[in-house]
Write a protein that binds this ligand. Structure first.
Ligand SMILES: *Cc1c(COP(=O)(O)O)cnc(C)c1O
Length: 397
C-alpha cells in the first residue's frame, strides 16, 4: 500500500478516535525515523515515552527474534522463563515484593484499583474510595477513565463506577480534606504527563504520603509514563524519597512491545488469591523477553545516561524561556515540557516541527512534550533544539 491508500483505508475502516498527523513511518534506527516519502525525522517523541531504547535497538530486536523462535505465547496455566526472569530483575533489590503483569498502562492501573479494594475487602473494612488528582491521566478503561480527573474523557460513558474522588493537584489541604474513613488509596502521578508535564511539588508528595501512612491509606503511584528511567531515576517516586505501596508501569517497560506491570509491597502485595485477577496475554514470554532487555540496559548504564541527557536537554530547552510566549520549561529527566502562552498553539508548533524533521508531542495546557529514547545522541538533541529555537525565533506574536 502507498501512503494514499493507507490513509484511505484508515479513513474508511478505523474508528475515528485519533487525530493523526499526515505522516506514515516505514522504519527507524536509533532516534531517527523514516516515512513513506523517504523523509528523515529526529524522534523526540519516543512513541509517547515508549521507545526508550530507540528504534531497531540491536539487543532488543535480537531478544525479540530469539524469543519468537522459541515461544511467542503460552498461557498463564503454565510457567514461563522470561516472565520469571523479568519479575526477578524488577523485584530484586527493590522495595517491592510481588508483581502482576498485563499489557498496558490502563490495565496496570485497573489491577491496582482492584488490588487496593481487595486488600480492604480481605480485612473486612469498608474502604472503597480512591482519591486521584484533577487533570490526571490513568487510562481509558471504564475504571481508569473514571480515576482520570478529566471530565471530557469520562462524561460520555456514564454511569461510571463509583468510588473515585478528584482533588486539585499539588494542593495538600484539598487532598487532606477529601480523606474520609472510607478512603482506601491515594493514587497520583509524580509528573502529570498527558496534562502538561507538570511535576508534583516535593512537599506535596512527601506530605500526602505521610498523611496516607498516618491514616492507614494505601499510596499508589502511577508510574506508567514516569517509570523505567524516564525521569532520570528508575521510578519517578524516588525523587521524593517515599516508598509507595503500589506502583504501575507500562509505556517504556517493553521498549515498544506492549506490556504493563503492577508492583506492590507489604500486606497489600498479598491481597489477591488464585482466581482473583488475570490476563491472557499478561506476562507473555515475548513481551517479557523484551522487558528483560530494557531492565538490563537500565541497570548497566542506561539509567545514568537518561539522567545526563535529561539534564542536557533541559539546559537547551531552558534557553527558550527568553521567548515571551514560553510560560514554563519543566519536567524531569527525559520527560520535559515547554509550556506556551495562548499566543501560540502547541499543535501548530508540533506540525511545523514535523515539517522540519523533528517529532514532538503535545500535552495539555498548551505544552510541547519531549520524551525521546535514552539512547538519543547528543547531536540529535542539539539539532532538534536548534530547529525549535529557529522556529520560535521566526514566530511573531
Ligand atoms: C499512558 C498512560 C496511561 C495509560 O496507558 P495505556 O497503555 O495507554 O493504557 C496511564 N497512566 C499514565 C500516567 C499514562 O501516561
Amino acid at each position: 500500500m502507498d501512503f494514499k491508500e493507507i490513509k484511505e483505508a484508515d479513513a474508511k475502516n478505523y474508528m475515528t478516535v485519533f487525530s493523526r498527523q499526515n505522516i506514515c513511518f516505514t522504519h527507524g534506527k536509533g532516534s531517527k525515523l523514516y516515512d513513506t516519502a523517504g523523509n528523515e525525522y529526529i524522534d523526540m517523541a519516543g512513541g509517547i515515552a515508549v521507545n526508550c531504547l530507540g528504534h531497531d535497538h540491536p539487543e532488543l530486536t535480537a531478544a525479540i527474534c530469539e524469543q519468537a523462535h522459541k515461544l511467542i505465547h503460552v498461557s498463564n496455566l503454565y510457567y514461563n522463563e522470561p516472565q520469571a526472569m523479568l519479575c526477578e530483575k524488577l523485584l530484586e533489590g527493590s522495595i517491592f515484593e510481588r508483581m502482576f503483569l498485563c499489557n498496558s498502562g490502563a490495565e496496570a492501573n485497573e489491577a491496582a484499583i482492584k488490588l487496593v479494594r481487595k486488600h480492604f475487602f480481605n480485612r473486612g473494612e469498608n474502604r472503597t474510595q480512591i482519591i486521584t488528582a484533577q487533570n490526571s491521566f490513568h487510562g481509558r478503561t471504564l475504571a481508569t477513565v473514571t480515576a482520570t480527573g478529566q471530565d471530557k474523557y469520562s462524561r460520555p460513558y456514564a454511569p461510571l463506577p463509583p468510588g473515585f474522588i478528584h482533588v486539585p493537584y499539588n494542593d495538600f489541604d484539598a487532598l487532606k480534606n477529601a480523606v474520609t474513613e472510607n478512603t482506601a488509596a491515594i493514587m497520583l502521578e509524580v509528573i502529570q504527563g498527558e496534562s502538561g508535564v507538570l511535576p508534583a511539588d516535593y512537599d506535596y508528595i512527601v506530605g500526602a504520603y505521610a498523611y496516607a501512612k498516618s491514616r492507614g491509606i494505601l499510596f499508589v503511584v502511577d508510574e506508567v509514563q514516569t517509570g523505567m528511567g524516564r525521569t532520570g531515576k528508575l521510578y519517578g517516586f524516588e525523587h521524593y524519597g517515599i516508598q509507595p505501596d503500589v506502583i504501575t508501569l507500562a509505556k517504556g517497560l517493553g521498549g515498544g512491545v506492549p506490556i504493563g506491570a503492577m508492583l506492590a509491597r507489604g500486606e497489600v502485595a498479598h491481597a489477591f488469591a488464585p482466581g482473583d485477577h488475570g490476563s491472557t496475554f499478561g506476562g507473555n514470554p515475548l513481551a517479557c523477553a523484551a522487558a528483560c532487555v530494557v531492565v538490563d540496559k537500565l541497570k548497566n548504564g542506561l539509567l545514568a545516561e537518561a539522567e545526563k541527557k535529561g539534564e542536557y536537554l533541559m539546559g537547551k530547552l531552558s534557553r527558550l524561556r527568553k521567548f515571551n510566549f514560553v510560560r514554563d520549561v519543566r519536567g524531569k529527566g527525559l520527560l520535559l515540557g515547554v509550556c506556551l502562552t495562548d499566543k501560540v498553539s502547541n499543535t501548530e508548533i508540533v506540525g511545523k516541527m514535523a515539517a522540519n524533521g523533528v517529532l514532538l508531542i503535545t500535552a495539555g495546557h498548551n505544552t510541547l512534550r519531549f520524551a525521546p529514547a535514552y539512547t538519543i545522541r547528543y547531536e540529535e538533541i542539539d539539532k532538534a533544539c536548534d530547529t525549535l529555537m529557529n522556529l520560535f525565533a521566526n514566530t511573531n506574536v
